[in-house]
Design a binder for this molecule. Sequence first.
Ligand code: SAM
Length: 343
Amino acid sequence: MLIDSFGRHIRYLRVSVTDRCNLFCNYCRLPNETLLPNNRELLSFAELVRLLRIFLALGIERIRLTGGEPLLRRNLVGLVQEIAQLPGLQELALTTNALLLERFAGALKKAGLQRVNISLDSLNPETFDHITQRHLLRPDLLPTRSEQLGLATVLAGIEAALQAGLHPVKINMVVMRGINDLEIPDMVQFAQQRGLLLRFIETMPVGVAGQEMASLFMPAEEILARIQSHFARQLIPVSGEHGSGPARYFRLVDSAADVGVISARSRHFCDTCNRMRLTSKGALVYCLGRSDRMDLKEHLRAGASDAEIQNIIYSAIALKPKQHEFEEKELYRPSNRMSALGG
Ligand code: SAM
């Protein structure tokens, strides 16, 4: 069992499989952030699966694949198949922008993926393009031309996830004042109509892009108030129905619409944090809001045994901080990019 210095039980590992992304979301990644991959730097599938086997033996129960855009990693379906068979795993999920999901949803489900979280910040094609800055994209980072369509492609990806049975399909919307906040009610309606579980995320000041978006921050309480006022109905808290993550969920009275908020800034949930992050280059990151990390790849490649890796993981868990330090200048460091930490 993995228990940190503050008595928190660590059961959840977010695993980034690539830093590359096919979007440049304004709160996540800057145009000049070069993400040209050097394959030697990435954990190979064999290294990653070995590490995950060790983590699961230590008590990790849930794994989420993320990135960058995880569907850009070649043969992700094969990786999912290998991970899904590892002993001790209770849940395998994926976070994606869904641009490539129409193509892969069925195969991922067959390979053992249980569910997906999809990032979608706008239902308006122009706002979608404004936030995701697709014009900055290098065409060679897209597998085919047909995958350059943007919002329509994401919506098709969402349908494919529903069809494939990757339930519940959760939608994550990062709310930015003056950019997409007027779409909050539309998103609630869209999610209700399509049977999606919508979560609103407060912008986090992680990395330079996240810092630049700090002025557009909208607190969760204001998001909830907007929903209540628009639908002229109360939101009542619901608990225990939608997973054990950091989201707080609410139900609109007299409707089947549940919504979640992830309020990392206005009401942080560090006391119940149950997660760690593994970067695509094999570093274990203790906290999204801090830059300290432990390089596990170096030990793997130096020939460490499983028992030695276990001990290194134990010592890393002991370094997990009590809470994030979102307001600290240290976060300007380029190493703290959301696109490398996996969100
Ligand atoms: N490419 C995938 C996707 O778009 O879902 C996975 C990686 S993305 C970094 C994971 C999540 O991080 C997304 O839901 C995104 O909205 C969130 N994220 C990135 N930067 C953020 C920021 N500054 N504040 C809040 N959420 C952020």
